[in-house]
Design a protein around this ligand. Structure first.
Ligand code: CU
Length: 276
């Protein structure tokens, strides 16, 4: 593709603006944005922790990389054959050796402590307010609400909806500020249930019931995608979650009970290998 000077300039300017603004300044909550290179804005406490931990790691690795770069530059300039024709024959330096052992240990501990705290936060499902079971199928998701009337419905990509390739016909709906336990399984092959703004990603495996949780603190639409290569339409089984107020959720449940009561193809009790 050939670009004129003007086009190239505009393109570079666009890139610069995107980089300076962090890419997500104009982004809508819960979905990817053009030129985005950071994590999506957090909508759950877990994702807030992930974002914080990511920032910590990025800071540490930047400092280490710059330090190693500075050492290398020093070596290249000060200790090349021309600048330093008679090399030192030093072989040991106790202080230096203790330091280069201890400092990395301290850095690893600094990383390990919040890392384990985050892992346990993700793994320990708090007392759940409701459970939603997400079944991955080739190539769509089905959502079941076992403690809200036991209905189940399919959620398929809606070509005409925005955002492109993320909009679905029937969204998963949950109440705001409530702990939602998500159980996942696969009906055919391995899929993966992932919603970036919630900080969740969990495999949906045939014959197994996996579990994770989220507590969305902001109402709105949140999008994710199947994150395990699962066949030819892997890219076309988006996850759309609508977070609403308690009243709206109750109203939606009443509607959904009727709408999905006799939904054909309801596989709530027959998802491969999983009995209710
Ligand atoms: Cu899939």
């Amino acid at each position: 593709m050939k670009m004129s000077k003007g086009q190239l300039g505009a393109c570079l300017l666009g890139t610069a603006v995107a980089l300076v603004s962090g890419g997500s300044a104009f982004a809508e909550l819960g979905q990817p944005a053009p030129w985005e290179f950071r994590l999506q804005e957090a909508a759950t406490p877990v994702m807030e922790n992930i974002t914080w931990f990511h920032g910590l790691l990025l800071t540490i690795i930047t400092v280490i990389t710059l330090f190693v770069l500075a050492l290398l530059v020093t070596v290249v300039i000060k200790f090349n054959a021309r600048a330093n024709p008679v090399p030192s024959r030093t072989t040991h330096n106790t202080l230096l050796e203790v330091a280069w052992t201890l400092i990395p240990v301290l850095i690893l501990v600094t990383i390990a402590v919040p890392s384990f705290r985050l892992l346990f936060l993700e793994l320990d499902v708090p007392k759940a307010d409701l459970t939603v079971k997400a079944t991955g199928k080739q190539w769509y998701w089905s959502y079941a609400y076992p403690d809200n009337g036991k209905f189940e419905f399919d959620s398929l990509l809606a070509q005409d909806k925005q955002p492109r390739l993320l909009g679905v016909d029937n969204e998963m709906v949950v109440p705001v500020n409530k702990v939602v336990r998500v159980q996942t399984t696969g009906a055919d092959v391995i899929h993966s249930f992932a919603v970036p703004a919630f900080g969740i990603k969990i495999d949906a495996i045939p014959g197994r019931l996996n579990e994770t949780w989220f507590k969305a603190t902001k109402v709105g639409m949140y999008y994710g995608q199947c994150s395990e290569l699962c066949g030819k339409d892997h890219a076309f089984m988006p996850i759309a979650v609508r977070v609403v107020s308690d009243q709206e959720f109750a109203a939606w449940v009443e509607d959904a009970k009727k709408k999905f009561a006799s939904a054909p193809g309801s596989t709530y009790a027959s998802a491969a290998g999983v009995s209710q």
